[in-house]
Design a protein around this ligand. Structure first.
Ligand code: ADP
Ligand code: GLC
Length: 474
C-alpha cells in the first residue's frame, strides 16, 4: 500500500488562500502520510511566495512556458513538501492569485495551463528522480493537467480531478486551443469543446481517470441541472467514476481547547466567557443568542437571504457578528444593517484568521444559508466549537449537520438547524426554530455536546483518497 502523489493547486494554507480549497490542499499531505502516501504539492510561485525561493533547489526547467522560460524549485515550507513553479511572466505581479483591482487577469487561461503543463510533465517524466504514481489536480486551475497527460502521453501516471466548486470552470476562448497546446482534433462535444469554447474543468472531467468532489451530496447534486452549472451531463456520463469525499477540519487549528479562553465539552460553561469578552469588544448589548457569519460575501453564500431574514431575528433579541469580504453591494447592505442595529450588529469587512477564531469561540450559532455548498468548512468549525450551525440543506452542509427534528432530538443526535427550501422564508423559519431551541437551555446544551463530540478530522477522507489512489495504480 502507498505511493507518490503530485497534488496540483492554485492555493494552499498557510502560503496562499482565498477559500476552503487552500485549507484542503494544505491538510491532505499530513493526512495521507500515515497511510504511506507521499504527497508533494505544486503551486505557482506568486509574488508573496518569491522570498521562499532562495531556500529551495531547482528540479526542472522549461525553455518556453507560454511566453518565457520557467523553472520548478523544491523545498520544505511549513511542514509541506512543495514544488513551486517560478514563472515571473505569469505569477510575479500585484493582486491575488486570480485577479487584481481591475478584475480577473486576462491571461488566466495561460497562467493555469502553465501550472497544468508542468504538472503533467512531472507526472510523465518525474523531476530530479521523483516520479508520482498519481497526479491529483484541484479545480479548474489544474484542469488541463489530465488533458496534457491524455494528449501528450501519461508516462504511466494516473490522474484524479477534485471539484471544490463547479461554478468556476476555467473558461477560455476556442481560438486559444493552439496556444494552450491542445489538439484541434479534440475540439469536439465529447472532448474539449464546451459551449463553443474551452473550459479547463470540462477538459479534466473528460480526461481524468477519476473525479472526486468534496461531499457525497454535492457529488449527486452536480449531476442535476440546478447544481451542475452546465456540466451536469458531462458528470452524469461518468457517474461510475465520481466519488464524494467529505472534507475534514484540522483539530490542531480548530479546537476550542486551544483558544485563549479555552473550553471543552466538559467545561462548556466557559464558552460564555468568550461571548462576554467578544460582546464587550464589539460594544454589543444583547440578551439573546449571538449569530456569526464568517464568509466570502457572495450570492453563493446566501448573504442576501441573511439580509432579509435578519431583522426579525434581531427584533426578537438576537445579535449578529459578521466577518467577510466580497461583493461590494453585500458589504454596503451589511454595514447599513449594522447602522440600523448599532447595539446588536457588528460587521467587519476584511480577512482575519485570528478574529474568525474569536467569533467561533464567542458565537452561539453560525449561519450558512448557502444556495450551493460543495462542502463548507465553517459549519464544521461551528460543530467543533458548540456554535451550532443553521444551514441550508445543500451539499456538504446537509452531510455534516443533523437537523433538530423531533426524531433527531429524541434520539440525541441533533447538531443544528437545516432548512429547505433555500429562500428567505425558509431561512427565517430556521432562525425562529434556532431561537426557540436556544431559549430551551438544556436542549441547546445537549445539542452543543453532541456537536462537539463529533470526529471531524481528516481520517475518513484520507482513507478514501488512499483507497482511490490504490485502485488507480493497479
Ligand atoms: P469557500 O471555500 O466556498 O469560501 P469554505 O467554508 O469551504 O467556503 O471555506 C472558507 C474558509 O475561509 C474557511 O476556512 C473560513 O473560515 C475562511 N474565511 C472566509 N472568509 C474569511 C474571513 N473574512 N476572514 C477569515 N477567514 C475567512
Ligand atoms: C470550495 C467550496 C466549499 C468547500 C471548499 C473546500 O471553495 O465552495 O464548499 O468547502 O471548496 O473543498
Amino acid at each position: 500500500m502507498g505511493g507518490k502523489i503530485l497534488s496540483v493547486a492554485s492555493e494552499c494554507v498557510p502560503l496562499i488562500k482565498t477559500g476552503g480549497l487552500a485549507d484542503v490542499v494544505g491538510a491532505l499531505p499530513a493526512a495521507l502520510a500515515p497511510l504511506g502516501w507521499h504527497m508533494r504539492t505544486l503551486l505557482p510561485a506568486y509574488r508573496p511566495l518569491l522570498p521562499h525561493l532562495a531556500q529551495m533547489s531547482e528540479v526542472l526547467r522549461e525553455a518556453d512556458l507560454f511566453g518565457a522560460p520557467a523553472r520548478v524549485v523544491a523545498g520544505q515550507i511549513a511542514g509541506l513538501d512543495l514544488l513551486l513553479l517560478d514563472a515571473p511572466h505569469l505569477y510575479d505581479r500585484d493582486g491575488g492569485p486570480y485577479s487584481d483591482t481591475r478584475g480577473d487577469f486576462a491571461d488566466n487561461p495561460q497562467r493555469f495551463a502553465a501550472l497544468s503543463w508542468v504538472a503533467a510533465r512531472i507526472a510523465r517524466e518525474g523531476a530530479s528522480g521523483w516520479k508520482p504514481d498519481v497526479l491529483h489536480g484541484h479545480d479548474w486551475q489544474a484542469g488541463f493537467a489530465s488533458a496534457y497527460l491524455r494528449y501528450h502521453g501519461t508516462g504511466g501516471a494516473a490522474s484524479v480531478i477534485t471539484i471544490h466548486n463547479i461554478a468556476f470552470q476555467g473558461w477560455a476562448d476556442a481560438a486559444l486551443i493552439d496556444v494552450l497546446r491542445l489538439p484541434k482534433s479534440a475540439f469536439t462535444a465529447d472532448a474539449l469543446e464546451y459551449y463553443g469554447g474551452l473550459a479547463s474543468l470540462k477538459a479534466a472531467l473528460v480526461t481524468a481517470d477519476a473525479i472526486t468532489t468534496v461531499s457525497p451530496t454535492y457529488a449527486a447534486e452536480i449531476m442535476r441541472p440546478e447544481f451542475g452549472m452546465g456540466l451536469e451531463g458531462v458528470i452524469a456520463a461518468r457517474a461510475g467514476d465520481v466519488l464524494g469525499i467529505l472534507n475534514g477540519v484540522d483539530p490542531a487549528v480548530w479546537s476550542p481547547e486551544l483558544e485563549p479562553i479555552a473550553y471543552s465539552r466538559e467545561t462548556l460553561s466557559d464558552k460564555a466567557k468568550n461571548k462576554l469578552a467578544l460582546l464587550k469588544d464589539l460594544k454589543l448589548k444583547i440578551k439573546g443568542p449571538l449569530a456569526i457569519i464568517v464568509s466570502r460575501l457572495t450570492a453563493q453564500k446566501g448573504i442576501d437571504l441573511a439580509l432579509s431574514a435578519m431583522p426579525e431575528f434581531l427584533d426578537a433579541g438576537g445579535g449578529l457578528a459578521v466577518l467577510g469580504t466580497g461583493d461590494p453591494a453585500f458589504e454596503i447592505a451589511l454595514r447599513a444593517l449594522a447602522a440600523r442595529y448599532p447595539a446588536q450588529v457588528s460587521v467587519k469587512i476584511g480577512y482575519n484568521e485570528a478574529y474568525s477564531h474569536r467569533l467561533f469561540a464567542g458565537g452561539d450559532m453560525v449561519l450558512v444559508p448557502s444556495r450551493f455548498e460543495p462542502c463548507g468548512l465553517t459549519q464544521m468549525y461551528g460543530l467543533a466549537y458548540g456554535t451550532l450551525p443553521v444551514v441550508a440543506a445543500v451539499g456538504g452542509l446537509a452531510d455534516t449537520v443533523i437537523h433538530a427534528s423531533p426524531a433527531a432530538l429524541s434520539a440525541g443526535v441533533a447538531t443544528g438547524v437545516v432548512f429547505h427550501p433555500v429562500d428567505a422564508m425558509g431561512f427565517s423559519g430556521a432562525l425562529r426554530q434556532a431561537l426557540r431551541l436556544y431559549r430551551d437551555a438544556p436542549t441547546w446544551a445537549k445539542m452543543q455536546r453532541q456537536a462537539m463530540a463529533l470526529d471531524l478530522g481528516w481520517g475518513p477522507a484520507a482513507a478514501q483518497y488512499a483507497a482511490l489512489y490504490q485502485r488507480l495504480i493497479k
